[in-house]
Design a protein around this ligand. Structure first.
Ligand code: F0G
Length: 482
């Protein structure tokens, strides 16, 4: 709930109370420098004992509700035919409107099955924008590529456009002409488009995509991992939806694609995922592969406890205070940084506050991993673990040349119901200091580079030992305890 203060500022007031807590520690800058050096300047490689605020991701780190814990405990453990699965399937029907559903162990497992079954030889999958795991699964089929048809506004980091996740309809029509519909495995729309900075698409755009798919006999898939946030933005930003409920908007969104999938680790606040549809034939194409890669039909690689908690999480994610809880904190975070002149992606999106690293450290060359360097620097000066979402998160082309990311972002994710405004204020202070000392940040170079999804395991080093120089400057201002 947004609460207006006398001075005109809006602050998020949480509609929940915290009843279980976990202690966290802030180790001093010198220890953080050692930790990030050992981690190869890759925040994925840090250990949580060295992390103060873990904002790497909003995935799998959200706070479950009391009712989800109740759902977790009161489950029916069975390899086959568990009633918990059928209760979950009822929740999918109630909230999303789908008759057929299969669980998978997480979102990328859904992407694996979809790519395996629907990618076409010498073909393409068309999307508003790729996600790392989506692209990897399309490409590892060895037969298809991922084609992104975003609008011009999508890459404008300083924008007021409400729906930067839209697909460009003219480009879609042109791509269908160019490739021919028989080469297009499917068209994929990603809700609250992650790598564009958590930017939503509009219902209007989604319906236009559907229309073009219908005219050309193409399969339309919705990645709904962040569907609640997209629905929340439609409610807040799209004309004609202001008087609808989030539940109605989600149902309407789900009535559009042929196939829906999600990573449950985000909106439903529990590990797992699923694929759902109302098309029996499509479901039958996917079904045989489920027990091969995931598990039996009534658990699909998830534990019954997770499925029980997910059923509750699904029903709760349509509550505006749940769908909007991270969005309102992000809005506060982004607007404050923007007012301080720190380059941040606007308008505020879902999932995270995204720093525009190209503008923050314009002196770093694109070959030297701009957002990787900024993300490591933020950790050194704050203990905040963010995520590089730039060129390191892209894998090289088949011939080994570097594929430079469209955007170089440092993503400071906001897990749902976990952190408070005082934590965000702390980060803002540290980011301000870092911005004033940005010249001290230099680039990175790879010392170990895996071939696929290199951002997970890759190790890098600081060019000119800049981490040391940044730490000395920080200690000079704040002492050796912080
Ligand atoms: N689709 C989207 C839009 C995602 O954001 C993610 C994961 C996936 C699919 C894959 O799901 O992790 O359950 O296998 N996003 C996480 C993140 C990893 O940090 O943004 P998964």
């Amino acid at each position: 709930m947004l609460f207006k203060l006398k001075d005109g500022r809006e602050i998020p007031v949480e509609l929940y109370k915290t009843r279980v807590v976990q202690k966290i520690n802030l180790i001093p800058a010198r220890a953080r420098l050692k930790a990030i050096e050992e981690a190869g300047y890759n925040t994925f490689q840090l250990k949580t004992r060295d992390v103060f605020l873990d904002m790497l991701t909003d995935s799998g780190v959200n706070a479950m509700s009391d009712n989800q814990w109740a759902g977790w405990i009161t489950t029916d453990d069975a390899y086959a035919g568990s009633m918990t699965f059928y209760e979950f399937a009822d929740a999918v029907k109630e909230v999303l409107g789908y008759n057929y559903v299969m669980n998978v162990h997480q979102g990328r497992a859904a992407e694996h099955l979809l790519s395996k079954v629907f990618c076409k030889p010498e073909g393409v999958v068309i999307t508003n924008y790729h996600f790392t795991t989506t692209r990897a699964h399309i490409e590892v089929t060895g037969i298809s590529e991922c084609l992104e048809l975003y609008t011009d506004e999508a890459l404008n980091t300083k924008s007021t456009h409400p729906f930067k996740g839209n697909m460009d309809i003219d480009k879609l029509k042109a791509a269908i002409k160019k490739y021919g519909r028989e080469k297009i495995g499917y068209v994929r729309m990603e809700a609250t488009t992650n790598l564009l900075g958590g930017q939503p698409f509009s219902m209007e755009n989604f319906k236009e995509v559907r229309k073009v798919c219908d005219e050309n006999g193409l399969l339309l898939v919705l990645d709904g991992s962040l569907i609640s946030e997209n629905a929340y933005f439609i409610w807040k930003r799209e004309k004609g939806y202001e008087n609808k409920t989030i539940a109605q908007i989600i149902k309407e969104m789900c009535s559009i694609p042929d196939i829906f999938y999600l990573s449950g680790r985000k909106n439903t606040c529990v590990r797992g995922g699923f694929i759902a549809t109302n098309n029996k034939e499509l479901f039958a194409k996917l079904e045989p592969w489920l027990p091969v890669y995931e598990g039996f039909y009534t658990y699909g690689g998830m534990s019954m406890r997770e499925i029980g908690a997910m059923a509750v999480g699904l029903k709760e994610m349509v509550d505006p205070s749940v769908a909007g809880c991270a969005i309102e904190q992000i809005k506060y975070f982004v607007e404050k940084l923007d007012s301080l002149g720190i380059p941040v992606v606007t308008p505020p999106g879902g999932l995270a506050c995204h720093i525009d690293a190209r503008k923050f450290v314009p002196h770093i060359k694109k070959e030297e991993y701009i957002s990787g360097a900024l993300t490591a620097a933020l950790y050194i000066v704050s203990g905040v673990r963010a995520m590089e979402r730039g060129t390191i998160s892209m894998d090289r082309a088949k011939d080994g040349t570097e594929l430079y990311a469209d955007l170089e972002l440092t993503r400071i994710a906001i897990p749902r119901r976990v952190y408070s405004i005082s934590h965000i204020e702390y980060i803002i202070e540290r980011l301000q200091w870092l911005y004033e000392h940005r010249d001290l940040i230099k680039g990175l170079k790879f010392i170990f580079e895996p071939p696929v999804l290199r951002f997970f395991l890759g190790k890098l080093a600081a060019i000119d030992n800049w981490g040391e120089k940044l730490t000395i400057a920080f200690e000079k201002d704040f002492g050796t305890d912080w």
